[in-house]
Design a protein around this ligand. Structure first.
Ligand code: NDP
Length: 450
């Protein structure tokens, strides 16, 4: 029997242990393809079994959230915190409240988060957490009661120097406020234990905008490297939440023509391009509306197309900003057929491995979320440092810092993303991001011993 390669050996070990965790295995598989050759070439990494250790969470915390809703009925939800790797700093990563949340999804997000955080150059480890609680359609009071019950369990596992959660899908400023209030009451401590807080209680300017704005700063760096501009390019965006709306707004500010937004129920199309006024209206109102896109159509800001995704639209640039695995292989083919030249991920793992492979095969620009959406966690890192110093920097200073962090992540991807086939122009951003992040993480782990 042929001897197994290190890649096969490590992946089959993980597969054997976690065979039903498909999202987690998908994320690990994608990264292993790039990092195992670097591991094979480094005796210290091999001696300390770095790849297997980097792939597995240091700790997984599970708890039941039993809570009484505003009608006096008991509800029961599941809660998790995956503390993946702390070699570079406190565990750091968002909380997601969504009925699709399960351990596999959170393990994939926590694993990716470690690589993303390493790319920012800031001292942050990686983690992720959340619950299967669905806040859609719930009253404000129920959301507060759930957040308080969730924090009663989570609080014993987190701390400003231990683990610092933030928001993610369905966890925005309101939820962070309720979570923070409960932590403060229980611990009698005002400390930077969560990021994404309100400006009045330790929050940072630019945190809300950072993921979407950072995505466009990364796009600008890509365009500069290729000698082009965002101005005049047609852009499709999926999603209609925090990331999508701020990305769309910044893209329009840079002169791009953004023709779509989407959600789990359909698509908003505006072939003339959404205006900054329309996008600012959506940003101000989306948290309180059931379907902001249908409401935008009612306000003549575009056409509402139920059950449609944006990938059939002709565009130069696609920015998937909704959720994992939203862009499939057939969507990739449709985008390529219509001439799309760049795909930058605003969401985490929105492209399936098959879709990614199509983009890499034909060598269009493809940037994985761990590089292009790292602006959010980078600003969270800056919020942590402001909290530690009990100060608050101004918005323009933070925006400049965000810009420069995104440019440096771009440079890290260039440094490690050269093609092996002699093509000196092509940049494999996926490989660049994976390897640059891996080296930082692996070196930190080697330096700290087993
Ligand atoms: P929000 O909750 O603000 O918005 C999520 C959007 O995605 C909503 O419009 C939602 O539509 C849509 N969506 C959810 N599921 C689906 C689906 N199955 N098909 C189509 N659309 C869907 O989340 P964020 O904008 O904060 O997060 C979006 C992505 O970006 C996630 O992958 C997140 O992990 C990632 N991310 C977020 C960061 C942040 O700072 N917020 C940082 C880095 C990454 P609907 O309302 O119909 O459910």
């Amino acid at each position: 029997m042929a001897q197994k390669s290190n890649f096969e050996e490590i992946f089959s070990f993980l597969h054997g242990k976690f065979s039903n965790e498909t999202e987690y295995l998908q994320a690990v598989h994608e990264v292993l393809e790039d990092i195992v050759p670097v591991y094979n070439a480094n005796e210290q990494y091999k001696a300390l079994d770095i790849v297997r250790r980097i792939s597995m969470p240091e700790r997984v915390i599970y708890f039941t959230v039993s809570w009484m809703n505003s009608e006096g009925r008991i509800e029961i939800n599941q809660g998790w915190r995956v503390q993946h790797n702390s070699a570079m700093g406190p565990y750091k990563g968002g909380l997601r409240f969504h009925p699709t949340v399960n351990l596999s999804v959170l393990k994939f997000l926590a694993f990716e988060q470690c690589f993303k955080n390493a790319l920012t150059g800031l001292p942050m480890g990686g983690g992720k957490g959340g619950s299967d609680f669905n806040p859609k359609g719930r009253t404000d009071r129920d959301i507060m009661l759930f957040c308080q019950a969730f924090m009663r369990e989570l609080q014993r596992h987190i701390g400003a120097n231990t683990d610092v959660p933030a928001g993610d899908i369905n966890v925005g400023a309101r939820e962070i406020g309720y979570l923070y209030g409960e932590y403060r009451r229980l611990n009698n401590k005002f400390e930077g234990v969560l990021t994404g807080k309100g400006l009045e209680f330790g929050g940072s300017y630019v945190r809300t905008e950072a993921t979407g704005f950072g995505l466009i700063y990364f796009l600008e760096a890509v365009c500069k490297h290729r000698g082009s501009k965002i101005e005049g390019q047609t852009i499709v965006v999926s999603g209609a939440g925090n990331v999508a709306l701020h990305a769309a707004l910044k893209a329009v500010e840079k002169g791009g023509k953004v023709i779509s937004l989407s959600n789990s129920r359909g698509l908003l199309l505006n072939e003339d391009g959404l205006t900054d006024t329309a996008l600012k209206w959506a940003i101000d109102n989306h948290a309180n509306r059931n379907n902001i896109l249908a409401d935008m159509a009612d306000e003549d800001m575009g056409k509402w197309l139920p059950d449609k995704k944006p990938w059939h639209l002709k565009c130069d640039i696609a920015l998937p900003c909704a959720t994992q695995n939203e862009l499939l292989e057939e969507d990739a083919n449709t985008l390529l057929d219509s001439g799309c030249q760049m795909v930058l991920e605003g969401a985490n793992m929105p492209c399936t491995n098959e879709a990614q492979a199509r983009f890499l095969d034909v060598k269009i620009v493809y940037v994985p979320g761990k590089a292009s959406n790292a602006g959010g966690v980078a600003l969270s890192g800056l919020e942590m440092s402001q909290n530690a110093m009990f100060n608050q920097r101004d918005a323009s200073t933070l925006d400049e810092q965000l810009y420069s962090i995104m440019e440096s992540i771009h440079q890290r991807c260039l440094d490690e993303g050269k093609a092996n086939d002699g093509d000196t122009k092509y940049v494999n951003y996926l490989k660049g991001a994976n390897i640059a992040a891996f080296r930082r993480l692996a070196d930190a782990m080697v330096a700290q011993g087993v």
